[in-house]
Write a protein that binds this ligand. Sequence first.
Ligand SMILES: CSCCC(=O)C(=O)COP(=O)(O)O
Ligand SMILES: [Mg+2]
Length: 228
Amino acid sequence: MTTIAAIVTDIEGTTSAISFVKDVLFPYARQHLPAFVETHADQPEVQHWLSEAAKEAGYVEASRQEVIELLLRWIDEDRKSTALKALQGMIWAEGYAAGAFRTHIYPDVPATLRAWHAAGIRLYVYSSGSVPAQQLFFLHSEAGDLTPLFSGYFDTETGPKREPASYARIAEAIGEPAARILFLSDVVEELDAAAAAGLRTGWLVRPPQSPPTAPRHPVYASFDAIAL
Ligand SMILES: CSCCC(=O)C(=O)COP(=O)(O)O
Ligand SMILES: [Mg+2]
C-alpha cells in the first residue's frame, strides 16, 4: 500500500465533539454577534464579510440590522457560509482572549497527532471554520497548544467540503499525490468527495454512534485505531 505522506483532518465530529461546537461555540457567536457587528462595523475586514454575506443572500441593499438577523438565522441553520465563518472566528477570538472557553479534543487525538508528526507525516486541517478560527481552536485546546503539530490549514475559501475539486486543490497545495494523503472526517459526503479526488479516507464514527453496516470508507472509533 502507498505510504501516507500527509493527513488532513476535519474538526467537528472528528478531532472534537459535535456538542462542543453546537453547544458552546455557536451559542457564544450567536450571543455576541449583534454587539460585535455594531462595535466593529468600521473595520475593513468586518465590512468586507458583512457585504459578502449580504451578497450571498442576494440582498441588493441591506441595513446593518438585516445583515445581523441574516447571520443569526445562518448560525441557527448551521450554514457553512465563508462570510459567516470568518465573522464567527473573529467573535470566538474575543471569547478565547477573555478565557470564556477552551476547545474540546478527544483524548486519543493529541498523542496520535504527536506520533504521526514524529514519524514525519505532515498534518493539516480542513474545516468549514475559517483558518484563523482553526488556528485558535488548536491553540486553546483542553490538551494545550497543538498548533506546532500542523503544517497548514484549509477552509471553504479552498472550496466546499463536499466537492472533489476542493480535495484536488488541497493535494496540489500540499504537494503530494492524492493517493499519499489521508483525509479523516465524520461526514460520509466529505469522504466521498475526497475519495473521488483520489485521497485515502478514514471515517471517524465515535461512540456512542454504532459503525455503519456497509461502510464506503474504513471506519475508526478513535485516532489511535488508525493503522497507517
Ligand atoms: C474552527 S472550529 C468551528 C468549526 C465550525 O465552525 C464548523 O462549522 C464545523 O465544521 P467542520 O467542517 O469542522 O465539521
Ligand atoms: Mg465534521
